[in-house]
Design a protein around this ligand. Structure first.
Ligand SMILES: [Zn+2]
Length: 160
């Protein structure tokens, strides 16, 4: 082990994968000291609280609790689906792609008929909201009357 070798190893910070270096014994470089997880009953309770308390979020609009991991239990509740899909933008973009490329039947086979139906409504609402935003920029005062009208109608509105 001479000075030259030490200088080389000091140079290659980061690009270790490109330059094959022989493992130098006794070097603790990559080893990060990490506390082992506390798996005692008390520790588990704490961990569980940390990871799972957000699993069920009470929804104001419909009074149901949203399961952030599984699809809504209330299969026909548009608000539940709306919140659920809003919570999973990655899922939405994946399904959007699948739908556009392979059609609705493919999405049905992928996630089920109810999902496809509620997803369709979700997207329709998203598009409608975007349109509303666009219109709101163009028209100002006179439009607010119309919007108020559709809101009091209520049945189709699933926005929080
Ligand atoms: Zn609901």
């Amino acid at each position: 082990m001479d000075i030259k070798e030490e200088a080389v190893s000091r140079c290659d910070e980061g690009d270790v994968s490109i330059i094959p270096t022989e493992p130098t014994p006794g070097e603790p470089a990559a080893e990060v000291r990490q506390e082992p997880p506390d798996l005692s009953p008390a520790g588990l309770r704490k961990l569980r609280g940390q990871y799972f308390t957000v699993r069920h979020i009470p929804l104001e609009a419909c009074g149901h609790k949203m399961d952030v991991i599984n699809e809504p239990r209330h299969r026909n509740c548009e608000n539940c689906w709306w919140q659920f899909l809003n919570f999973h933008p990655q899922l939405v973009s994946t399904v959007d792609e699948a739908w556009r490329e392979h059609g609705k039947e493919f999405v049905i086979r992928l996630r089920g008929r109810q999902f496809a139906k509620m997803y369709g409504r979700f997207m329709a609402t998203v598009i409608a909201l975007k349109e509303q935003e666009k219109n709101a920029l163009q028209i100002s005062e006179s439009a607010s009357q119309e919007i108020r009208q559709t809101e009091s109608d209520g049945t189709n509105s699933i926005q929080g």
